[in-house]
Design a protein around this ligand. Structure first.
Ligand code: F6P
Length: 328
């Protein structure tokens, strides 16, 4: 029989996301509320393997709810992908007596933890933290709202200069496999076209949208492109448009890692707080190998088997439909 949970380890892994600190705080404080010891595992699986683990108290997480990044640091760890790496991580946890884990991260983090659970049976639960919002089983992941707001703020600023010069701007946002940031920052920023990794917009369609704008006297044309666009990134698309027509005065802006930082929005702080508490309560109620999610504003627990191998969250088809109607 599984022994009662006494020591919970929490860590962040993969790309950081605004709101991860709020989630760490919620995990630490709720674990202490339920009279458990909590340990912060530094640098994700890297720190787990190396035994870089610190005891956390309620005051260790003071003044972090509003901070971007992650106080526990993060890493993308290759060694944890191996059986030996996971064995070393298990030994480190055993030394301290950590008998349950909460991971905050994305797909790769969860897949690693799922393997770890299968091999070593440590009760574990995941909290979705990624700006990409690309996880099945939840309407929102922590960080997505903040990152999208950051992108919108940047798009608004670019619009000012685009309008002053009658220019076309190609703005690249993050999302290798997921177009969530692109589609919703595109809607909120009034983009003329939005190019997503999941959608097969052709170059001709993009060009036609720009031409239509020109004919209908649009003074600024903002195209939002997800970094994983299948028809080329912002620079490549800009080059191709210029090759076809010298009419457009095009500039390119890549927003990049700017979208990963900054103070989390109220939405991400509340989401992270709810999910952090839910993760600890879930563990104590016997949930294992699961991911916390939010569906229709209610906390849910997804059995990991129901979400593994499901490549990503579905495309936001309604936002995309709206964007097309409103970009005429
Ligand atoms: O998964 C989050 C994300 O920001 C993606 O949008 C982006 O493609 C990737 O991480 C970048 O990763 P890194 O910071 O390791 O370059």
């Amino acid at each position: 029989m599984e022994k009662e949970i006494g020591k919970i380890g929490v860590f962040t892994s993969g790309g950081d996301a605004p709101g991860m600190n709020a989630a760490i705080r919620a995990v630490v404080r709720s674990a202490i509320y339920y009279k458990k010891e909590v340990y912060g595992i530094m640098r994700g699986y890297e720190g787990m393997i190396e035994g870089d683990i610190v005891r956390l108290g309620a005051r260790s997480v003071s003044n972090i709810i509003q901070r971007g990044g992650t106080i526990l640091k993060t890493a993308r760890c290759q060694e944890f992908r191996t059986v030996e790496g996971r064995k070393r991580a298990y030994e480190s946890l055993r030394k301290i007596g950590i008998d349950a884990l909460v991971a905050i991260g994305g797909n790769g983090t969860f897949t690693g933890l799922h393997k770890f659970y299968e091999e070593h049976g440590i009760p574990s639960i995941c909290i979705p933290g990624t700006i990409d919002n690309d996880l099945p089983g939840t309407d929102f992941s922590i960080g997505y709202d903040t990152a999208t707001n950051t992108a919108v703020e940047a798009i608004d600023k670019i619009r000012d200069t685009a309008l002053s010069h009658n220019r076309v701007f190609f703005i690249e946002v993050m999302g290798r496999h997921s177009g969530y940031i692109a589609v919703n920052s595109g809607v909120a920023g009034g983009a003329v076209a939005i190019i997503l990794p999941e959608e097969t917009t052709t170059f001709d369609e993009l060009f036609a949208a720009l031409e239509a704008g020109e004919k209908t006297n649009k003074k600024s044309n903002l195209v939002v492109i997800a970094e994983g666009s299948k028809i080329g990134g912002a620079y490549e698309l800009a080059r191709k448009v210029k090759e076809r027509s010298s009419y457009f005065d095009i500039k390119v802006t890549i927003l990049g890692h700017l979208q990963r930082g900054g103070s989390p929005t109220y939405f991400d702080r509340v989401l992270a707080s709810k999910m952090g508490v839910a993760a600890v309560e879930g563990l104590l109620q016997g949930k294992r190998d699961a991911m916390v999610g939010i569906k229709g504003n209610k906390i849910v627990y997804n059995d990991f088997k129901t979400i593994i191998d499901v490549p990503s969250n579905e495309i936001d088809a309604e936002s995309l439909r709206i964007a097309k109607i409103l970009s005429i």
